[in-house]
Write a protein that binds this ligand. Structure first.
Ligand SMILES: Nc1ncnc2c1ncn2[C@@H]1O[C@H](COP(=O)(O)OP(=O)(O)O)[C@@H](O)[C@H]1O
Ligand SMILES: [Mg+2]
Length: 531
């Protein structure tokens, strides 16, 4: 049989009493040891030295009515028993030093005596598992029956035992992850696991969060959802402020972010707050953060670390506490190695970083997202849209095939559904509409690809020069151009481009081969890397 050990504060008012009359009043600490069906083997009474006399009387009385109970007096001095910090710390120290032996003893935390603050602290320490055991409270005997004993009730704070409460937490968690996913029943395991983690982290952290991924993967959407989730959970009070850093250029960039003082420069006719200040207590979403200039990066880092900054032309600092979410389509580590992104800023913002997969890597989510887009269109246009059976099959067949490139990911899907719904006669999307849409998508992606080759080539030559190059040669040449621009020397580029054939040769002359290839198009290493 395990021993019962009660731990509780001496009740300086309730437990007090002198002379024979003391037996007529209700003294909870004494009463606790007078229960017929609960034997207390040891009572750890916590008291301030000031009340030693009362404590000694209580000890003697308990030992008189319950000889099996050993009473231990623990002097814990607390100046102000209504001060939560002080009481918590004192009890924490008590718990820290106490030798609990949960194999041999059951602990009962007695909360009938002591200030409300003391009760709260016992509860908190129990809940945080610093004080093991169960909470115990006594209720006074019925009026007029002063000599009878009060009723004991024991509360087990291990909430996991309460199925209903556990269920409730689980439902809440599920509804939070569903909220982050806009209620879409996504099936991709990797994506779902990531959203689970974001749900867990988002409501607990104030640190920056970095969302990476290709365009249209849903970074902006997710950033806003994270904000809304925190708002729902009362974790954030301020606003959601969003800015695409690619739109921040030149002298107005600093003033847009950090604000300015009147007269800071020509045209600054009034004070301006700036986005960092507007995001005070809220969330700042810096989309395409890789587009920030080096000066702005340094200032953002400072503002994050010190939670203050100087507006342009201002000599007093402004405070702002905000949570940063950054979005990027770039490989920031690579940009750091190229000296285009500050290493210290990256270190600061990638505390929690998540990489959102593109639609191609989440094919199993195309169908649920298709339904979601359909209902979104339906709601916005007050028209319930749906596919004919064979039309839906045909669309999904194409959407899931390798031919569907989904270069702009969910943005492509959203536009495609909008077109299908707009062209549909009435509320039904038929096979013919799907076939037309599939052609449109194919053209869109074909155009993008060709367009890309041309764009790359036009960055190193004039349109007249490009006109002289066969379509046959354009893909290869544009690949050569990008490889040269991403390597450090002609030899290195040659090694990459001729990586297969060079192994079959006795002597290697990659640099020379590459130089001759470029010369055919009147290009040279220098002309490529100096653009
Ligand atoms: N989880 C999602 N639920 C619903 N729609 C989404 C979701 N993620 C993205 N979208 C849609 O996809 C499109 C692109 O998303 P967006 O967040 O702007 O991408 P990114 O910022 O990564 O370029 C938007 O039209 C958005 O409504
Ligand atoms: Mg975006």
């Amino acid at each position: 049989m395990k021993k019962n050990v009660a731990i509780g504060f001496l009740g300086v008012n309730l437990d007090k009493g002198k002379g024979p009359k003391r037996w007529e009043g209700w003294r909870p600490s004494v009463d606790l040891c007078n229960q017929s069906d609960l034997i207390i083997d040891r009572f750890e009474l916590i008291l301030d030295s000031k009340y030693l006399t009362i404590a000694k009387q209580v000890k003697a009385d308990i030992e008189l009515i319950s000889p099996e109970t050993k009473v231990v007096l623990n002097e814990v001095n607390i100046d102000n028993p209504w001060d939560l910090g002080e009481v918590y710390e004192a009890l924490f120290d008590f718990a820290d030093l106490y030798r609990f032996d949960t194999d041999k003893e059951d602990y009962l935390l007695h909360i009938t005596t002591g200030t409300h603050v003391a009760q709260i602290c016992l509860f908190l320490l129990n809940e945080a598992h610093y004080l093991p055991g169960k909470i115990l409270q006594l209720s006074p005997p019925k009026r007029g029956k002063t000599l009878s004993v009060g009723a004991v009730s024991i509360i087990d704070l291990d909430l996991s035992k309460y199925d209903a409460i556990a269920d409730r937490f689980e439902r809440e968690r599920k509804s939070d992850t569903a909220f982050l996913k806009s209620g879409i029943h996504t099936r991709n395991l990797h994506f779902n696991a990531m959203i689970d983690e974001i749900e867990h982290v988002a409501i607990r952290t104030q640190s920056p969060v970095l969302l990476m991924g290709p365009t249209g993967a849903g970074k902006s959407h997710l950033a806003r959802r994270i904000y809304e989730l925190k708002k729902r959970r009362h974790q954030i009070e301020g606003k959601f402020i969003e800015i695409n850093c690619a739109t921040l250029r030149g002298e107005t960039a600093l003033s847009t972010l950090f604000g300015h003082k009147r007269g800071a420069y020509a045209g600054a006719t009034k004070d301006r707050d700036g986005l960092l200040r507007t995001a005070h207590h809220g969330m700042l979403f810096l989309d395409e953060i890789e587009e920030l200039g080096m000066d702005e990066q340094a200032m953002i880092l400072r503002a994050l670390e010190e939670q203050t900054f100087y507006p342009v032309g201002g000599d007093t600092h402004v405070k702002s506490r905000f949570q940063l979410i950054a979005g990027t389509t770039a490989d920031l580590v690579k940009l750091v190695s190229e000296g285009r992104f500050r290493e210290d800023l990256l270190a600061r913002i990638n505390m929690w970083s998540y990489s959102l997969p593109g639609l191609k890597d989440r094919r199993e989510d195309i169908a649920p997202n298709l339904d979601f887009e359909l209902s979104k269109f339906s709601a916005a246009n007050h028209r319930k849209m749906s596919f004919n059976k064979e039309a839906r099959q045909a669309y999904l067949k194409f959407a899931l095939s390798a031919e569907a490139r989904w270069t702009a990911n969910f943005r492509d899907l959203a536009s495609s559904v909008t077109r299908l719904c707009t062209f549909a006669q009435g509320s039904r999307i038929d096979l013919l509409s799907v076939e037309k849409e599939v052609e449109r998508l194919k053209n869109l992606w074909r155009f993008n690809r060709e367009n890309n080759f041309e764009e790359i080539l036009l960055s190193v030559m004039s349109p007249e020069q490009l006109d002289l190059i066969d379509p046959f040669d354009r893909p290869t040449l544009s690949h050569v151009v990008t490889t040269c621009q991403n390597t450090n020397s002609l030899s290195e580029a040659g090694r990459v481009l001729y990586s297969v054939s060079r192994c079959l040769r006795k002597t290697t002359n990659d640099a020379d081969r590459l130089k001759k290839y470029l010369a055919k198009f009147s290009l040279s290493w220098a002309s490529l890397v100096n653009t």
